[in-house]
Design a protein. Structure first.
Length: 430
């Protein structure tokens, strides 16, 4: 039986491996459940903070909209009438991408707030402040160069927009009557420090004399929509008054049939390329990668004791082994079992040879012996199996001299076996 020491691991090593495995497993659970995935508290579809958009995505899905949160090739996905949603893009990411992504139908939601995460709870905000108007204007300029940002000091007086003015915003000028009646019947949106835009290019959908909250336009066959204030869809503003209903009405107007809404998150720095090797080193998948690597290292470590040159046998071990073998042989012969074992040995060797050389199965035992000897002749083996078998079976060991004669006969049989399998003269007995 193999001892713990012989297996290559000492008790201390085994204990360390168990502790390391337990700590790794606990760390994996921690990172999966509590790990920082980089989402934090910004204005994005994953964020649960006050300025996040997670509630917006969930609302649309519950209302039956097909929503895809995209982290790669968003403009390519926004085909066949799909609406590309650019909600509060980061100016830094816009510069990195050399402008905003464009699609057949695009919705731009302007940024408004800058959040400061809570150090104790990074997914929440400690406080938030309004972005400088110039920063928001820079984002707006990418889509409407002539538009201007307005932040009125007083609550706007929302005005009715003529029905015919938004007819062309629907694909093919489709009927807007039921939808427009719902929009007109809604109570005014409730937004604190409302942010509006003035633009002669936009058709107002929800507006006041001070500026436009929701607007749209058709440019070169493309539909472009703008929501000037993100509080209409942010987590903290969505449940205020009828903001959610205004948002659902607007998304229904923007949508083309049942085409999906592609919410782009590359504008917030979230990129997830469909690359398996890269995924392996991203949270939370890196945890599984680390566990797999640790298992492979442990397996290789456990196997290292089985490789390399065999350990040199010391003279003391060799003498002890020879003495043990001689003692076992003496005990067998003194008990009378040695003769029976020696006489059965030729039959064992014959079975091994016939199996290795694929002797025809239909041959009898005598025929197999003749077949083996003929093969031996072709291989240059001068000794015949029948002669060796006869020498062993006729021997009657009496005394140590005769016992040694039997052992020599057995050794000749073993040498003959090696020559039959390895070739004459290739094997030297020891």
């Amino acid at each position: 039986m193999t001892s713990l020491h012989d297996s290559g691991f000492s008790p201390r090593t085994v204990a360390l491996l168990i502790v390391a495995g337990a700590l790794t497993f606990a760390g994996a659970i921690y990172f999966i459940v509590f790990g920082d995935t980089g989402i934090k508290s910004g204005a994005n579809s994953f964020s649960e903070s006050a300025i996040g958009h997670k509630a917006f995505v969930e609302l649309l899905r519950r209302q039956g909209f097909a929503v895809i949160v995209s982290q790669n090739d968003s403009a390519e996905k926004a085909r066949d009438g799909a609406l590309l949603v650019l909600a509060e893009p980061s100016l830094r990411q816009i510069d990195k991408q050399d402008g905003l992504p464009a699609a057949e139908r695009t919705l731009l939601v302007l940024p408004k707030w800058r959040g400061f995460p809570d150090p104790q709870k990074p997914r929440w905000l400690l406080h938030a402040g309004l972005l400088p108007p110039d920063s928001v204007q820079s984002v707006l300029r990418n889509l409407l160069p002539e538009a201007t940002l307005v932040r009125p000091n007083e609550t706007p007086r929302w005005s009715e927009v003529p029905f015919d003015s938004i007819r062309n915003l629907r694909p093919g000028g489709s009927d807007n009557t039921p939808l427009w009646n719902r929009i007109r019947s809604r109570a005014a949106p409730e937004i604190e420090n409302v942010q509006l835009i003035n633009s002669s290019s936009l058709t107002p959908i929800l507006a006041s004399p001070e500026g436009i909250l929701i607007g749209g336009m058709r440019v070169n066959g493309r539909s472009v929509f703008v929501i000037s204030d993100p509080d209409l869809l942010s987590n903290h503003g969505l449940d205020e008054g009828e903001n959610a209903n205004h948002l659902v009405d607007a998304m229904t107007l923007f949508q083309s049939g049942s085409a999906p809404l592609i919410i782009d998150e590359t504008i917030h720095g979230f990129r997830s390329n469909p690359n398996l090797w890269r995924k392996m080193f991203e949270l939370p998948y890196i945890v599984a990668t680390m566990l797999t690597a640790a298992a492979i290292v442990t397996l290789l470590w456990a196997s290292t004791g089985r490789f390399g040159a065999p350990q040199t046998e010391t003279e003391d071990h060799r003498v002890a082994d020879i003495g043990l073998i001689e003692t076992a042989v003496d005990l067998l012969y003194q008990s009378g079992q040695g003769v029976q074992i020696a006489r059965r040995y030729p039959a064992v060797i014959l079975r091994q040879i016939t199996n290795r050389l694929h002797t025809p199965r239909h041959l009898s035992e005598d025929a197999k012996r003749d077949w083996i000897d003929r093969v031996g002749d072709t291989r240059g083996v001068t000794t015949h199996y029948r002669d060796l078998q006869r020498d062993i079976e006729s021997a009657t060991p009496k005394g140590r001299t005769q016992t040694e004669a039997v052992l020599r006969a057995l050794k000749r049989l073993h040498t003959w076996k090696q020559e039959m399998l390895d070739g004459s003269g290739r094997h030297t007995s020891r």
